[in-house]
Ligand binder design. Structure first.
Ligand code: F6P
Ligand code: MN
Length: 301
């Protein structure tokens, strides 16, 4: 079976970008081991006032150190760090955005969580999603998988017992489908979101939501449907972050034939103004994205 290394060689990937992707993917092994030793919460909050699980800070520090030492990354913005990190002596000019441990509130329940990464060229992290050179996520479930796009379709790899990633699936396409997951409490939903959920449920949509965005999205990628974290009453930008959560996953969705929107605009076209900005997210199959857009458009009319 094709290894990640062989795939990157055959995909004609820039050599430094190949090295960077392999370096990030390799961190899945120490991260998996640390799940055993870093179960407890630490007494700190991240920039959003969320309690940080020990794994949040641990994986953030690990990946930050490895990327800093690689000499390939000029800027790094992590969901877990207040400020953008710069590495002025880097010899390459990649810029990385990451959510080092998405879904971390589920670690103690042993549900799947993951690491989400977007890689830009040009040394700056504040760029539109459509400018990404690569996006990937590692999903720590029963298997460790790597879902990757270099902007030429999506591949899924699984790590074998020797730590080697082997190609499970290539040219992954999101089928039209009828699964959905939505964040936010029902009383806090806005009228268009309530109308959208009612419309898809009337059409037979079935709820599946764990509370781990990366895992919930992976299910949508495989089976079709939509993941939503909507605008909420009193929280018009919702909960999830444009740079770390929307952009890399949206790029993967689009490369698989799906799309990402906030209800009106394609989130890959949004120019970020600050690293931690939030956005409502609707990401998944085209049948669902079209429906969401129709309903939101009607609500604006
Ligand atoms: O990173 C934020 C996150 O943990 C996502 O992984 C997840 O989808 C969401 O928050 C869950 O939020 P809630 O508990 O409000 O459903
Ligand atoms: Mn997250």
């Amino acid at each position: 079976m094709t290894t990640l290394h062989e795939y990157l060689e055959s995909a004609d990937c820039e050599p430094d970008l190949c090295t960077l992707i392999k370096l990030i993917a390799e961190q899945a092994q120490p991260i998996r081991e640390a799940f055993i030793t870093h179960q407890a919460y630490v007494e700190s909050e991240n920039v959003y006032g969320e309690r940080q699980a020990a794994m949040d800070t641990w994986s953030d520090e690990l990946i930050t150190r490895v990327l800093g030492e690689s000499g390939l990354v000029r800027e790094l913005s992590s969901e877990e760090q207040d400020e953008i990190r710069t590495f002025p002596r880097a010899k390459a000019d990649y810029a990385v955005v990451m959510d080092p441990m998405d879904g971390s509130s589920l670690i103690q329940t042993n549900l799947a969580v993951g690491t989400i990464v977007g890689i830009f060229g040009g040394g700056k992290v504040l760029q539109r999603g459509r400018g990404l050179k690569a996006a990937l996520y590692m999903l720590y479930g029963p298997m460790t998988t790597l879902t990757l796009t270099l902007g030429k379709g999506v591949c899924i790899f699984a790590m074998d017992h020797g730590g080697v990633y082997r190609l499970l699936e290539q040219d992954v396409r999101i089928p039209d489908g009828n699964l959905y997951g939505t964040g936010g409490g029902r009383p806090d939903w806005t009228d268009p979101h309530t109308a959208f959920i009612a419309a898809i449920e009337a059409n037979g949509a079935k709820l599946r939501y764990t509370g781990s965005y990366v895992a919930d999205f992976h299910q949508i990628l495989k089976y079709g449907g939509i993941y939503c974290y909507p605008a909420l009453k009193g929280k018009p930008t919702g909960k999830l972050r444009l740079l770390y959560e929307a952009i890399p996953i949206g790029f993967i969705a689009e490369q698989a034939g799906g799309a990402i929107t906030d209800g009106s605009v394609d989130l890959l076209d949004v120019e970020p103004t600050e690293p931690h900005q939030r956005t409502p997210i609707y990401v998944g199959s085209m049948n669902m994205i079209r429906r969401a857009k129709e309903i939101f458009e009607r609500s604006r009319a």
